[in-house]
Design a protein. Sequence first.
Length: 135
Amino acid sequence: MTAQPTTTGPFALGDKNTAYAQYFVGQSYLKALVADPAINVGVSNVTFEPGCRNNWHIHHDGFQLLLVTAGSGWYQEAGQPARKLHAGDVVITHDGVKHWHGATADSWFTHIAITAGTPEWLEPVSDAHYQALED
């Protein structure tokens, strides 16, 4: 097992993300920060071990905001180059945009995910695609 991160930002690491494990390559951790059924927005602290990433996915009837709090990671929209992320970066994913995000190969990565709508989970990011990413 990979050593625990030195920081995940201001929020706790959370539990192993077993509920969504089938949509990730590698181990992630999830800590719900806001889970109010009266509103259509979820807020979670998501931490990725080095090399971990989620599958390509689309948010329907909503959006996703990522607030990077620790480590370094990747964000990529279909048809666009991958963007390297660091603490303090903000990503806005609009409704219907196919994308993925996750840690770099050598760093833990944590972001707050603010999500509205329904996700459609798609194919994994292949090892070949991931390993070809460049700084």
